[in-house]
Ligand binder design. Structure first.
Ligand SMILES: [Zn+2]
Length: 527
């Protein structure tokens, strides 16, 4: 363990000669991370014994603080799931044209995904290319306009028009599967232009055998019917366009330039067989409540969320196969435990109730948070806000805070007030194109109309901090090295915990509940 703790300031008690050392709250926070990220918990994959052990630890801590159970089964909310493992090497695919067949190797050329819902055992369907595959009529853009997708496999390409915000494009991508399934499409093949590749294809192949999870209840899924989700090797993508008379290189060049990419019918069909195993599995969210002090407002809930699941055991790297998930996201769960402790000890009590929602299945597609947000254990209308922790990254000093989503709702003004009081300015997200606002659990709440913030250490592009963050993402993120043997600034995490606790108190004690800004795109989900 190479974590180092900056010395906490000494507290001088007024009217007392004694000088008391504040208990090392950073060390307390880190002790939770160390437990949750220990090898014995095997990376906390949703539904695994290691996850259950982690959940038991969190429940013990919250119970010891006097928080009440608020799940469906004590502190737990069971999340019924299906684990689907695509047997890529037992699957097959071919492009079928008028003059013959072009076999595609699986998982060499094509990879089938096991997420979202059951994959069809066999499929033989025509294909239609739909450009960027973005349905955004509100932005004056619809790649599906004029295309018939019924009974077809829809092929889409990465990227999008430059004049549409990244948040909107990401939102359209996250809603795309459900939208297409509703219109009778039977599958989706996602292409990435060679220039836009983020994860090398061979790494995609390496993890293609990993089990995926989807909701056991088909009401919760994108599609009630089996739906094919696949990705094609960027180096082989031109094969799909054979016989259309269109030049694939020109299409990718247009996509790389964010220029218009019109859709058209492809002349070949895709014929495929997908071999997969399926087994039921129950995930568990952990839910605990700190009841509010105000007889009226206590029926409203400020949610504080963080995901407990990690990547479990996976492909070994340098002889280590346990993906401990220390900063992603044992750190966030540890923060919630410490914030619960601080709120409990505080003299001012929250008027609204604080609901601690520690979820499963984030790494498998925000499953635990979506389940809770759709089927909360308290009345849905009474969820007034979500404050989320995911990978806050205490790897450089906290001099500013980036509460993602602060420009979308009144929660931004609450954060601004805390920022002024604590002298921790708000800095905007230096990389808005990553669209993190819809990539962690807060999005499940946003999707149900609940205003949310997602807390990150502030830094600016082109600074040493940006380099530290980039290096962490390149070498540690989602690897076995995100463990308790990395340097972490534990005292800095205390500052962020205090900041978020103060925001929670501000929201909990405000006379009115938070509202979306009038110009927020996400306001549409509010009921
Ligand atoms: Zn993650």
């Amino acid at each position: 363990m190479r974590a180092f703790s900056l010395l906490l300031p000494l507290i001088v008690l007024a009217g007392d000669a004694a000088v008391a050392q504040a208990p090392d709250r950073g060390a307390a926070w880190w002790s939770h991370v160390r437990y949750l990220a220990d090898d014995s918990l095997q990376g906390r994959a949703t539904g695994s014994p290691g996850y259950d052990k982690a959940a038991a630890y969190v429940i013990d801590r919250l119970r010891a603080l006097g928080l009440k159970p608020a799940g469906a089964d004590g502190y737990r909310q069971p999340v019924p799931l299906i684990e689907q493992t695509v047997l890529q090497e037992k699957s097959s695919a071919a492009l079928v044209g008028a003059t013959g067949e072009t076999p595609l190797s699986v998982p060499g050329d094509l990879i089938f995904s096991g997420g979202g819902g059951p994959a069809p055992e066999a499929i033989d369907a025509p294909m239609v290319f739909a450009g960027y595959g973005l349905h955004l009529p509100e932005a004056g853009h619809d790649d599906f306009a004029g295309l018939d997708v019924r009974g077809k496999i829809v092929v889409v390409l990465s990227g999008g028009p430059a004049n549409i915000s990244g948040a909107l494009k990401s939102h359209a991508r996250s809603e795309r599967g459900a939208w297409l399934a509703e219109r009778g499409a039977v599958g989706l093949i996602t292409l990435v232009t060679p220039k836009q590749v983020e994860i090398p294809w061979n790494r995609r192949i390496a993890v293609s055998g990993a089990p995926a999870l989807y909701f056991a209840d088909d009401d919760m899924r994108e599609s009630k019917l089996p739906f094919l989700n696949a990705s094609l090797d960027p180096a082989k993508s031109a094969l799909l366009f054979a016989g259309t008379g269109k030049d694939f290189d020109r299409i990718t060049a247009a996509a790389d330039a964010s220029a218009p990419v019109p859709g058209f019918d492809l002349v070949q069909r895709l014929r495929a067989r997908v071999a997969a195993t399926r087994a039921p599995l129950t995930g568990a969210n952990v839910i605990a409540v700190m009841p509010g002090s105000d007889p009226k407002l206590r029926s409203e809930y400020v949610v504080m969320s963080a995901h407990l699941d990690g990547y479990g055991v996976g492909a070994p790297q340098k002889g280590d196969a346990i993906y401990n998930g220390a900063l992603d996201n044992a750190s966030g769960v540890a923060s919630l435990i410490e914030i619960a402790k601080a709120l409990k000890a505080g003299r001012v009590k929250p008027k609204r109730s604080i609901l601690f929602v520690i979820v499963c299945g984030e790494e498998k597609g925000l499953l635990g948070s979506r389940y809770f947000a759709r089927r909360p254990t308290v009345p849905k209308h009474d969820l007034v806000a979500d404050l989320n922790f995911d990978m806050a990254l205490p790897i450089f000093p906290l001099v500013a805070v980036t509460p993602i989503g602060y420009d979308q709702s009144s929660l931004g003004r609450d954060a601004e007030a805390v920022s002024q009081a604590m002298k921790l300015p708000i800095w905007p997200d230096p990389f808005p194109d990553r669209n993190v606002f819809i990539r962690s659990d807060q999005y499940a709440f946003i999707r149900e109309g609940v205003p949310a913030l997602f807390f990150k250490y502030g830094f600016k592009a082109g600074t040493p901090e940006a380099e530290v963050e980039k290096a962490w993402r390149a070498s540690i993120y989602h690897s076995p090295f995100d463990d308790a043997n990395q340097p972490v600034l534990t005292a800095e995490s205390v500052k962020l915990n205090d900041y978020v606790a103060a925001v929670a108190m501000k929201v909990a004690n405000a006379p009115t509940r938070p509202t979306w800004n009038d110009d927020s795109f996400f306001k549409r989900f509010a009921r």
